[in-house]
Every structure is written in C-alpha cells, then in structure tokens.
Write a protein that binds this ligand. Structure first.
Ligand code: ADP
Ligand code: ASP
Ligand code: MG
Length: 414
C-alpha cells in the first residue's frame, strides 16, 4: 500500500461538477489500495474575489485580517469535496491547515511552514479515512491563521508529502503538465514528459505559475516524487519531476544545440524602483536595502549605474504587490541619504530562459538579446546565473518576447 498526496487547484474544484470529478479521481486512488491525503485550493477565482471584496472596505487592510479572509476560500473546497466523497460512500474528513498540524511562522500573507505535526492526519488515515486538507494556509504557534502566498497550495501538498514520507505527490491542474512555456501564451509549447528539480525550481521562481516556487524547492530538498498532471485528462500522465539524469532521458534524441534551453518563463507581476543620484559611498546601499529586508520584502534584480561625479542610480525589481510598501520605505531613505528622488514603474515584466546546460554554451545570451532586438523589444535590466538569463521588458511586450524566445531556441512543437 502506498501513501499518495493529491493536490487539486482552483480550476479543478471550480463548481459542483468538477468537485464530483475530483471525488472520482480520489476514490479511484483509494480503491486501488492506497492511503490518500488530498489538498485543495479555493474554488475557481474565489481568492481573487475575496481580495476584491476587501478592497471595497479599505485600501490598506491589515495583513492579519487579510489572511483570516483568504483562508476561508480553501475551507469551502475541503468541505464540499468531503461531502462529495461521503456521497460516494467513502470515509473522509476535512481539516483546515491548523487542524492538520501545519505550523508556520507569523509572516501574514507569505508565511513559511516551520513544521508539520501530522498526528491528526495519521490517526485518520489509520481509521481508513481519506484526509482532505485546506491548501495555502497554516497556523502559528500562537494560534494565528496564516497564508503561504498566492499559489501556495502546491507548497502545502509537497510539504505534506515530505512530512508524511509519501510515495508520490500528484499536482492536478488545468493543463496537461509542465510545458516548455505557458501553453496559454504559446500554442506551440510542448508538454515535457519529465523535468529535473533544478529546472522546475528555476521555471517556477521565474514566474511559471504551474508550480509554486517553494513547492519546487521542497520537492528538490526532500527528493519528493512529483507528478504534475491534468484533472480533466486523467489518462495523460503529465510531467514527472525528478532528480538527475532526467534531462538526458528527455533530450537524448535532440541535438546538442537544443539542449541549452529547456523552457521560457515570464513574470508579469513585477515592478521596478529607481533611486536617483545616490551618493557613491560605502554603506549607502545597505541603508537602502536593510529596511526593505526587515519588512520581509524580497528584492530581485539590483543594478547600480557607473558612478558619475560621486553619484550613481540604484534600480531594483520587486513583486508588484509590494510596490506601495517599498515606495514608502525607499522615499524615507532617499531623503536621509540625500539622493535626488525615487521613480518607479509598474508596467514591467521579467522574461527568462532556463536550462541546466546553458552555462556551457557561451552564445546563448547573445542569441536571446538578438531575438528580442529583432522584435524591437527594449531590455531594461539583465541578470544571469548558471541556469537562467532574465531580461526586464515592458509588460505589454512580454508575450511577444516569450514567443520570440520559444521560437529562437527551437522549443516550438513541429
Ligand atoms: P492551479 O489553480 O491548478 O494551481 P495555476 O493557474 O496556479 O493552476 O497554474 C496553472 C497555469 O500555469 C496554467 O493554466 C498555465 O497557464 C500556467 N503556466 C505558466 N507557465 C507554465 C508552464 N511552463 N507549463 C504549464 N503551465 C504553465
Ligand atoms: N487559493 C490560493 C490562490 O489563489 C492558493 C492556491 O490556489 O494555491 O493563490
Ligand atoms: Mg497554482
């Protein structure tokens, strides 16, 4: 008997018919002799709708109350799925994140799981029940409800798979698996039969919504057998995410040139902040970034211009949802360090190419820049690592950029 964790995203539980479809998939897994733990997201666009609802009350709601509100979405799904399975004669129990023993830190809106105390889950599994757990949420040691950040139900599922030592974690979503790029942007994107942990982690971190970055990170760290597949096409096995060796299996029939780039990702949820004329002295840059870090805000690309008469501009990118918070902090610092002022842009996107082998192919960056130039796309910032190259472009040109890069690196399906 195996222990399988199955996670179903919002589209898979968007209405009663789809919830019944999920119940069939779960029941079949149980009837095949497995223990099953199910994680569900809020139905359809519920989380977005709840955010809109709160904006009708205030434009600056407290982070605590926001988590209290958003955590209700997943509770709708767990209860309805439990009812659907009970209707089919299965023994089942639904649990909130807190009831399931998912303990997080106290950073509302982007809490991290500290540990999972699985007693309650295990005792219910021993009773033969299917255990259904609310994704995206946890509880602090003080009993405060927290959420894990948008898309966080994937992280709940993979963390549970690690804590329960599950044999397999299946992420059911609304596309067939992990593609070379978002199949909704590039119709010629190819679904990959398998992908390495490293590649999927980069793709996820760079904006490929199909898997939450922290889920990819946990899967990699704990060597979790992970499969991403569609809840609408259960006969298709989707994409297997696993460790080393995967790449060679996947690409052995391809030519060396094609091995450099595995996929293209875009993050349209970015913003850029520039502090103009920053005095070029030791310690100044840390004065800018320390207060941002202490508010738990992650900064991504950072660029400091060449100093000119003792002054340089410092630009960096952040998640767009944090722009107002960052501007408040940075404007205060700008005054203190006597810089000229602060500008920002919320209409940017980050477009990236990802591939574990690309560092050994020196021409890859140049090809990327040329492909973007051919489409008259201006590159505002660049960052590189061994496994990816990212460019900041105007948001309205992001899809065009993704299509051009997908074509340039011969990822288009024939
Ligand atoms: P769920 O609600 O099931 O968690 P998400 O909307 O979070 O689903 O993620 C699935 C979506 O991710 C797909 O509908 C697709 O548009 C998008 N996506 C972006 N990049 C990729 C990619 N490389 N492969 C597959 N899907 C991707
Ligand atoms: N419901 C949450 C969201 O929409 C979490 C998730 O779907 O994974 O972000
Ligand atoms: Mg998701």
């Amino acid at each position: 008997m195996a222990l399988i964790v199955q996670k179903f995203g919002g589209a898979s539980v968007a209405n009663p018919q789809r919830i019944k479809n999920v119940a069939c998939i779960v029941q079949k897994t149980k009837q095949n002799g497995n223990d099953v733990v199910v994680v569900v997201s809020a139905p359809g666009d519920t989380t977005d709708d709840l955010i809109k609802l709160s904006s009708g009350i205030s434009s600056s709601v407290s982070d605590r109350e926001m988590d209290m509100l958003l955590s209700t979405g997943e509770q709708v799904s767990i209860a309805l799925l439990a009812m659907a399975l009970q209707e089919k004669g299965e023994k089942t129990i639904s649990l909130s994140g807190g009831q399931a023993g998912i303990i997080t830190d106290g950073i509302y809106g982007k809490a991290k799981i500290i540990k999972i105390e699985p007693r309650h889950i295990l005792s219910n599994l021993r009773k033969g029940k299917i255990v259904i757990i609310a994704g995206f949420q946890g509880i602090t040691m003080d009993g405060e409800i927290t959420t894990l950040g948008r898309g966080g139900s994937d992280t709940t599922a993979v963390a549970l798979a690690a804590a329960l030592n599950a044999d397999l974690c299946e992420i059911y979503t609304d596309v067939k698996g992990i593609y070379t790029t978002d199949p909704r942007v590039v119709s010629k994107a190819r679904c990959l039969p398998c992908i390495s942990y490293g590649e999927v982690l980069e793709m996820a971190s760079l904006g490929a919504k199909v898997l939450h970055p922290r889920a990819a990170e946990i899967a990699k760290n704990f060597n979790i057998q992970l499969r991403v597949r569609s809840s609408f096409d259960v006969h298709n096995e989707g994409t297997l995410v696993q460790g080393r060796g995967t790449k060679m299996v996947r690409r052995k029939s391809q030519q060396i040139e094609k091995m450099a780039v595995a996929g293209v990702a875009a993050d349209k949820n970015q913003a850029k902040v520039t502090i103009v004329n920053v005095p070029d002295r030791p310690g100044i840059v840390s004065k800018i970034f320390e207060p941002i870090a202490s508010e738990n805000i992650s900064v991504d690309m950072i660029i400091q211009n060449v100093s000119h008469r003792g002054f340089a501009d410092v630009s960096f990118t952040i998640n767009r949802s944090e722009l107002q918070k960052v501007l408040r902090i940075v404007k205060k610092v700008a005054k203190e360090i006597k810089s000229k002022g602060v500008t920002s842009a919320a209409d940017i996107a980050k477009v990236s190419i990802v591939g574990a082998g690309m560092y050994s192919y020196p021409g890859v960056a140049a090809r990327m820049f040329t492909a973007l130039a051919r489409q008259r796309i201006n590159i505002e910032m660049i960052s590189t690592s061994e496994i990816k190259i990212s460019c900041v472009v105007k948001e309205k040109q992001a899809d065009l950029a993704v299509k051009a890069l997908h074509r340039e690196f011969r990822l288009d399906k024939k």
